[in-house]
Design a protein around this ligand. Structure first.
Ligand SMILES: [Zn+2]
Length: 263
């Protein structure tokens, strides 16, 4: 390893791609090429699909896809290369997750807390928010710099599987891959607000996002889901969503279609 040479090699790349801006105008440290993040996301998703039982019930799948489709259709600015893929996993925990490239997992247990189509839309919209704001890339970038230094970022960029566990941990798959890195408060709030906007545009009543989080805080117990395991307390989260609902409501009322999804 020649650190200096690696640094000199990597510096131009850093200068070119380090300065990204999220959909809500926030400056981000985003070091890895989007194409590489997307293929890592696809690989991790394939691994999960092999390791985790998939829900095959047609009615449940039709319901989740009915809610997800109008949401992904709102995303026109950043279209993942491989397209969106939403898979329902047989898992009792009230959880959902997103991977770069538009791969979204919904646990069957989520439906006990997200009790209406609009509440499910709030969760899926939140996960889409993580994808389009490149939160996976941001976390991998920050983790790689913090733990491995710039040379480590070079490794992550050049050898797809060299830092697999680190990357999977940074993508929020710590339980499966051995290293847990929670989403930051900033990313969670950003995903909440992007999700609220998406659900309103897709024709789901945004006020139901508030109800969802009230259901979540009432559920308690067990391992905290991805979107609960982070710093913002339920109260903070509910308060900031409640503040944003009045702006989202006219968008919902003007939405050309109101999806009718039933289980
Ligand atoms: Zn989240």
């Amino acid at each position: 390893m020649r650190p200096l040479r690696t640094f000199v090699w990597i510096l131009p790349s850093l200068l070119i791609i380090a300065c990204a801006t999220s959909p809500r105008g926030r400056k981000q440290l985003v070091l890895l090429p989007a194409g590489q993040m997307n293929s890592m996301g696809a690989q991790a998703f394939d691994d999960l699909k092999r390791q985790t039982p998939i829900e095959r019930d047609p009615a449940t799948n039709a319901y989740v896809q009915c809610v997800a489709k109008p949401l992904t259709e709102q995303v026109t600015s950043i279209s993942p290369r491989d397209g969106w893929e939403i898979v329902v996993f047989k898992d009792e925990t009230a959880n959902a997750f997103a991977l770069p490239g538009g791969k979204i997992g919904v646990h069957t247990g989520l439906m006990t807390v997200a009790r209406t189509p609009a509440q499910l839309a709030a969760v899926i919209g939140h996960e889409i928010g993580h994808v389009i704001a490149q939160h996976g890339n941001e976390r991998v970038s920050e983790t790689a710099v913090a733990q491995l230094g710039l040379a480590g970022v070079g490794l992550a960029m050049n050898e797809k599987n060299e830092n697999y566990n680190l990357i999977m941990g940074a993508l929020g798959l710590g339980a499966q891959f051995g290293l847990l890195l929670p989403h930051s408060r900033t990313q969670e709030s950003e995903a909440d607000l992007i999700g609220l906007d998406l659900m309103a545009k897709a024709g789901f009543d945004p006020s139901e996002a508030v109800t969802l989080w009230q259901n979540m805080s009432g559920a308690g117990g067990g391992q905290p889901p991805e979107f609960l395991s982070t710093h913002p307390s339920h109260g903070t989260r509910i308060a900031s969503l409640r503040k944003a609902v009045p702006n989202a409501t006219p968008i919902y009322e003007a939405a050309p279609a109101k999806p009718r999804c039933s289980r």
